[in-house]
Design a protein around this ligand. Structure first.
Ligand code: GSH
Length: 204
């Protein structure tokens, strides 16, 4: 399989999960501005929406959307899924919250034309949601002792949240520090030439 990615974009969560799951994958970089990949392919022929992540499966199918890609990788690695009962649906629930209540609301911060008022409104909404997430942290990870796709996705979105100076509850700052200690996370960051500080390019 092959993951289409942009450095520091949300596709980083899928890269982390592929490594955590021990799956073999190729990685092809996408220029999100021109929509051309590093091999010269027109990325819109792979994902017409022009967004990463896109995961090309070995049978030629392409999966898009963070939620779907992360959920699919989780299905290949039961050791990275929350335990029953209700583990699968709770994982979907968490991924949906991160996609719609943290990732998507960050959009004004990635939009040069967005006003300060739009950014301030987004910051308030995101911080409020992060407080709620803090309330369901079940230990070192969102689901307790097991690292899951929800942790990978939350880590990446918190990376941007911190970069943009949006308030992060101390419990989630500590969460990020714990996730940063994982060898596969560090490897994924290194592969995208990311240091500990989040990037400031247009990504989200
Ligand atoms: N709904 C999509 C959004 C993904 C997304 O926002 N991707 C960004 C990078 S983090 C992107 O590719 N932006 C380029 C663009 O929208 O043109 C998903 O959840 O996968």
């Amino acid at each position: 399989m092959k993951l289409y990615y942009a450095a520091g974009a949300s596709s980083l969560a899928s890269r982390i999960m592929l490594h955590e799951a021990g799956l073999d994958a190729a990685f092809e970089r996408v220029d999100l501005g021109t929509k051309v990949t590093e091999t010269g392919a027109d990325f819109r022929t792979i994902n017409p929406a022009g967004c990463v992540p896109a995961l090309l499966l070995d049978d030629g199918q392409v999966l898009t959307e963070n939620l779907a890609v992360l959920f699919w990788i989780s299905g290949l690695a039961p050791q990275l899924a929350p335990e029953a009962p209700f583990g699968t649906i709770r994982l979907l629930e968490a991924l949906a919250v991160i996609a719609t209540e943290v990732h998507k609301p960050l959009r004004p911060f990635f939009t040069p034309a967005a006003s300060d008022a739009e950014k301030a409104r987004a910051a308030v909404a995101i911080s409020a949601r992060l407080k709620l997430i803090t309330g369901v942290l079940a230990g070192p990870h969102l689901f307790g002792s097991r690292f899951t796709a929800a942790d990978a996705y939350l880590f990446v979105t918190l990376w941007w949240v911190r970069h943009f100076g949006v308030a992060v509850p101390p419990a989630l700052t500590a969460f990020c520090a714990r996730i940063m200690e994982r060898s596969h996370v560090r490897a994924a960051l290194a592969e995208e030439a990311l240091s500990e500080k989040p990037v400031g390019r247009r990504l989200g």
